[in-house]
Design a protein. Structure first.
Length: 121
């Protein structure tokens, strides 16, 4: 097995897996960390500002979840990509390579759908 085959299996697994896990992270609100940029604070896990103090804190210290969602998806995709890359390559020939492009495109549609409520104020 050459290193190119290993990296190819890893890359072709990481991309679609990241897209699917990112949609799941947004839908289930799973963030490895929450950033409060106006206060300069990074908290582990998902923390809504209304959970810590009253609801008005959301206006004074808005939380950013995007970094946490991206980190959650990247960590999960890294683990799955490493496992798939270490498997023998003969089983990969039965998978249609177009899924590498179809899955991220569907994930983009799902992300737009999940963020629509933010624009309906």
């Amino acid at each position: 097995m050459t290193s190119f085959d290993w990296f190819r299996r890893f890359a072709f697994t990481f991309g679609p897996t990241f897209a699917v896990l990112y949609v799941i992270a947004i839908a289930k609100d799973l963030a490895l960390f929450t950033v409060l940029p106006s206060l300069g604070i990074v908290l582990a896990g998902t923390h809504h500002t209304g959970d810590v103090a009253d609801a008005a804190m959301g206006f004074l210290a808005p939380a950013m979840y995007w970094y946490g969602w991206a980190a959650t998806a990247a960590f999960g995709a890294l683990m799955i990509g490493l496992v798939v890359a270490s498997l023998p390559g003969c089983s990969a020939r039965y998978v249609w390579p177009g899924w590498v492009w179809v899955i991220p495109a569907l994930a983009m549609v799902a992300c737009v759908y999940l963020t629509l409520p933010w624009f309906r104020l």
